[in-house]
Design a protein around this ligand. Sequence first.
Ligand SMILES: CC(C)(COP(=O)(O)OP(=O)(O)OC[C@H]1O[C@@H](n2cnc3c(N)ncnc32)[C@H](O)[C@@H]1OP(=O)(O)O)[C@@H](O)C(=O)NCCC(=O)NCCS
Length: 187
Amino acid sequence: MASKEIRVDGDRLFLRPLTEDDLTDEYLGWVTDPETTTYLDVQHTSPTIESLKAYLATFDNAHTNFAFAIVVRDPTDGPGTHIGNITLRVNRVNRYGTEGILVSKAHQGKGYGTEARSLLYAFGFDELGLEKIVSGSAAANSASIASNERLGFVKEGHFAEHVLVGETRVDSVQLGLLKRNFRPYTP
Ligand SMILES: CC(C)(COP(=O)(O)OP(=O)(O)OC[C@H]1O[C@@H](n2cnc3c(N)ncnc32)[C@H](O)[C@@H]1OP(=O)(O)O)[C@@H](O)C(=O)NCCC(=O)NCCS
């Protein structure tokens, strides 16, 4: 599957492959914003446009690792507004994918994160033949956990003092979604 062919359409959003053109100063602002990155490992790095390019190059967008831009559609079907990113790293042997997501602060709390996840998981199950999606999260990341639970995820594991948030080691949870339990989101 060539990356340019991939587009996952939803009611308000679509997903398309993230490209170098998306790696703007605005994007850099999202991944350096302390509030947005409270629970993300990127808080412990000092990202630059160059390091974002190197990160993007780790995705093939064709077979194993997918990085999508989350885009709010235009009423006129134009290019839309890029509001965040969502990734899926696929274990082909065991047919599961691991997801990661960031919705920029100005667009959080409107159901976009849940809709983008729902689109990604439908893509994983229907187009990639996955049987399961997993998602790790700091136990305190209520918005992320609520969003995934709404789609059918259940908590499968709890890890004590597993991730570093600021200077503090905090617990994390592993959530899993079996294909048969997927409840797609309708805004
Ligand atoms: C986590 C994230 C993807 C959620 O996306 P979103 O668009 O902001 O969230 P949604 O509007 O889809 O809401 C998701 C759920 O979280 C709840 N929620 C939203 N903000 C919340 C908050 N601050 N505290 C608790 N719950 C919250 C919503 O009520 C909703 O639950 P419901 O379906 O039971 O009503 C987004 O906030 C984000 O990118 N955060 C920064 C990066 C991050 O934490 N990524 C995930 C790493 S595991």
